[in-house]
Design a protein around this ligand. Structure first.
Ligand code: UDP
Length: 360
């Protein structure tokens, strides 16, 4: 089979890494990078560290409004699909690269396999929710990471195209999270200096549109972080770079290390060693769960309901008082509860496409 994979953003590189390694042993893969994430530490570092084959196409599309970015990607992806004529288009998650590729392929009658299908926040103002719903509804094969994703698809009449394979992020965490030790890490701080990682720390990430459009939200998040007993490591997503630096100056922060984004191996090591994870990232919420760390999610909707069991993950508004209250809630861990699969999602994803192809 010829499978054309489209990726564009950091979380997609991680999932594509584990799937590509299985896929390339059995089939031909054409890899397309839209260019949505392009800085070295948001893109190439992942290809290098996770041994992802170099993209066959780099479309160089980034920036602009949602519509503009998606539209430019759609135009370019359509050209590649028309030329390559793959048996499958393989897509991950919920970014603008995902929806652009899905729309292009659907109109060309190229079957789409969507990984992480059925994930729902039920918030229509969450931009990723629109991408998820539209991609699922034009896809031929819907591969869910969890049972709740399967339930959501049943409610939307998609069950006959859906299958539960587990979460390739769990595969990746099992494979890569032991590759770096804390002592290997040197944080590159935004002010140009470097820092070693303290023995005890809180790991913060924050980049969702919901938390990066206004100073007030980040100011409240920083206010809470300043009051914690441990230093906070915050690798700053480019979307928040200028705002974070401005607030550091304004608030005279002294408990938060504002760092450049780290690679996946470093990030996984930080999750494993943190006292606590505070995040608005879908990936980090699951990784905190995998590492049995308490997570406080800075969003007003649940993305991964499985992580919320036993208060292992709790939602907090971007308000200092609420964040501190939620941090204080103890978590209860059921060691036997592993709703994200058996660590072989990548193989199941490839087999699911093979099975459908075999039925044709
Ligand atoms: N991540 C990383 N470096 C960082 C911050 C996060 O490698 O500086 C990883 C993190 O471990 C997680 C993934 O990036 O696996 C999540 O990406 P992101 O938060 O950008 O997207 P989301 O998961 O929210 O879609």
């Amino acid at each position: 089979m010829k499978i054309l994979t489209v990726v564009g953003a950091r979380p997609q590189f991680i999932k594509a890494a584990v799937v590509s390694h299985v896929l390339r042993g059995r089939h031909q893969e054409v890899l397309v990078h839209t260019g949505q994430h392009f800085d070295y530490n948001m893109s190439q570092q992942f290809f290098d560290e996770l041994d992802i084959p170099a993209p066959d196409y780099n479309l160089g599309v980034s920036g602009g409004s949602h519509g503009e970015m998606t539209g430019r990607m759609l135009i370019e992806i359509e050209k590649v699909l028309t030329k390559e004529q793959p048996d499958w288009l393989l897509l991950y998650g919920d970014t603008n690269s995902t929806i652009a590729a899905a729309l292009a392929a659907a109109k060309l009658h190229i079957p789409i396999c969507h990984v992480e299908a059925g994930t729902r926040t039920h918030s229509r103002t969450n931009p990723e929710e629109i991408n998820r719903i539209c991609t699922d509804h034009v896809s031929a094969l819907l591969l869910a990471s969890t049972a709740s994703g399967m339930e959501e698809m049943k409610l939307e009449g998609l069950a006959d195209r859906a299958d539960l394979v587990g979460d390739p992020m769990y595969d990746a965490f099992l494979e890569y999270s032991g590759h770096k030790q804390l002592g290997d890490l040197t944080l590159q701080l935004l002010d140009g200096s470097t820092a070693t990682v303290p023995d005890r720390f809180v790991y913060l990430t924050c980049h969702r549109e919901e938390n990066t459009n206004r100073d007030e939200d980040l100011r409240e998040i920083f206010k809470a972080m300043e009051q914690l007993d441990y230093p906070v490591i915050y690798p700053v997503h480019p979307r928040n770079h200028d705002r974070a630096l401005r607030l550091q100056e304004e608030m005279k922060l002294n408990n938060i290390l504002l760092a450049q984004p780290v690679g996946y191996l470093e990030s996984a090591c930080l999750v494993k060693n943190a006292q606590l994870v505070v995040t608005d990232s879908g990936g980090l919420q699951r990784e905190a769960f995998f590492a049995k760390k308490k997570c406080v999610t800075l969003l007003n909707f649940v993305v991964w309901p499985e992580t919320m069991v036993g208060n292992r993950n709790v939602l907090a508004k971007p308000v200092a008082e609420d964040i501190l209250e939620k941090i204080a809630i103890p978590q209860e861990i059921d060691e036997s509860y592993q709703p994200f699969g058996d660590g072989h999602a990548a193989l199941k994803i490839v087999e699911a496409m093979e099975n459908v192809q075999g039925e044709k």
